[in-house]
Design a protein around this ligand. Structure first.
Ligand code: PXG
Length: 464
């Protein structure tokens, strides 16, 4: 039954709603897809189309849609204490309980353990907090000259001035005079694009990590404050670093004493089959950015896990830290996060991804990799990417302006599958509750979309 007048909502949408990362004029000509409801791993649009949401919303809805426990937690907390600030020596019960829960979930690792949390409402804000905290840390240690934060090209760290500066997206830097001063970038560990002929993935991993050391030496080690990176680049196209990359990064940051910030807005909360992404790769960050799946996206919440090395200095040598948000430690958001983590524990979602559906998805992508249009396909936990190529043998890519990824994405949608295109890299990050049968269904839709795309590019004469 149709309950929404699509044309009317679309008209109001283009009249009043400026969407994120959108060409406003272009959207007005076509009209936005109106999503009206969701349940489990599916969303429905206002025309009644049922879509398998292989992106978990936007990397968020790890426990799936329609979870009454989360709605109940929000309702209960709203009726008890819907809001109070955590400035001026006040606190609230859910924020305290969540901070303590997060500390217990992070693995213990000496000085690299986590006892403290700083809250925000998004990943972008959290990375702004990271910049503030990193600078404050070095100031307190009497090393104010350590200002430079090194990040990577094609990383995504948010859309605020600091977040977009930390991110390595050239399109974002081009708008608004970014990056802000003292943020610089090195290359990404993307073997498919940056590996040399004949180079092994492991050798490439060491070479790509070496770019960090080169950059540190170029700037002067005493001027570098921190290195920030996602365990796996998400928005950049699910770029899974080669073996050895993270070990070498750890060696380098340790050698020069610089802080390591792991931006886990996508990789935390079970996505990789571990609570935090850094566990998967075995490195030890000083600060961990989180957001999105901490509440499975049901309500905005973000923050930073502050490791003991930093927290000790902020607390013991500190004085007032002049930074915070109205919604830092929002009681409703924290209550929903606690209920979300409870679901994850009760349903053992992290273990499921690690031991069952993660390896199962990897097997399926092994099959997908054989498709003639696919140059490379990789998974890690419940996150996967594949690269569309015009010649499989020569690993030759399509010209960017052909936008083959967008063609593939359109075929996905017409078949009822939400899959994201990052250039010609097709990516998924489905809800962690998926069953093997649902994964089979999803893989069938992916394969059909690839077939349709292959036929279309062949018809157009774009295959080499
Ligand atoms: N860090 C990382 C690693 C992210 O993935 C942010 C920070 C910023 O979070 P907020 O909550 O401020 O949006 C993100 C967000 C995409 C896409 O196209 C990815 C994100 C946001 C929007 C689009 O894949 N990730």
């Amino acid at each position: 039954m149709k309950t929404v007048d699509t044309a009317q909502i679309q008209a109001l949408d283009s009249a009043h709603f400026l969407h994120p990362f959108t060409d406003f004029k272009d959207l007005a000509t076509r009209g936005a897809r109106v999503i009206t409801k969701a349940d489990g791993i599916h969303v429905w649009d206002s025309d009644g189309n049922k879509i398998l949401d292989a992106m978990s919303g936007l990397w968020c809805v790890n426990v799936g849609y329609g979870r009454k426990e989360l709605a109940d937690a929000a309702h209960h907390q709203m009726m008890t204490l819907p809001y109070y600030n955590s400035f001026f020596q006040t606190t609230n019960v859910p924020a305290v309980q969540l901070a303590s829960k997060l500390a217990s979930l992070a693995p213990k690792a000496g000085e690299r353990s986590f006892q403290h949390v700083f809250y925000s409402s998004s990943g972008s804000e959290s990375n702004d907090s990271n910049v503030r905290m990193v600078r404050r840390y070095w100031d307190l240690l009497g090393q104010s000259q350590r200002k430079v934060i090194i990040s990577r090209l094609n990383s995504y760290h948010g859309s605020t001035m600091a977040g977009a500066s930390l991110g390595g997206m050239s399109g974002m830097h081009a708008q608004g005079d970014l990056p802000i001063p003292n943020i610089t970038h090195i290359g990404q560990p993307y073997f498919f694009e940056n590996g040399l002929p004949g180079e092994s993935a492991a050798d490439f991993g060491l070479r790509a990590a070496g770019w960090l050391e080169e950059k540190i030496l170029e700037i002067g080690a005493d001027k570098v404050a921190a290195f920030i990176a996602e365990p796996i680049q998400g928005a950049g196209g699910v770029i899974i670093p080669p073996p050895g990359y993270w070990n070498e990064i750890q060696r380098i940051v340790d050698k020069y004493g610089i802080l390591l910030v792991s931006d886990e807005v996508i990789c935390a909360f079970g996505r990789l089959g571990t609570w935090f992404g850094y566990e998967k790769f075995g490195y030890k960050p000083d600060l961990v950015t989180f957001a999105k799946a901490i509440t499975s996206g049901y309500i905005p919440l973000g923050g930073v896990l502050v490791g003991d090395r930093v927290a000790k200095v902020l607390i013991e040598q500190g004085g007032e830290f002049n930074h915070g948000y109205t919604y830092s430690g929002h009681p409703v958001a924290c209550a929903v996060a606690l209920a979300n983590i409870e679901i994850m524990e009760h349903e053992q979602l992290v273990q499921r991804v690690r031991d069952d559906i993660g390896p199962y998805l990897a097997g399926c992508f092994g099959e997908i990799a054989r498709h003639p249009l696919v140059g490379a396909a990789e998974t890690c936990g419940l996150m996967a990417g594949l690269t569309l190529v015009k010649n499989k043998e020569r690993q030759e890519v399509f010209a960017a302006e052909l936008m083959v990824g967008m063609i593939c994405r359109s075929h996905c949608l017409s078949l009822g599958l939400m899959m994201r295109a990052v250039g010609d890299r097709m990516i998924i990050a489905p809800p962690l509750i998926m069953t093997r049968v649902q994964i089979d269904d999803m893989v069938m839709l992916i394969t059909q979309s690839l077939d349709l795309t292959y036929e279309e590019v062949k018809r157009k004469g774009w295959l080499a």
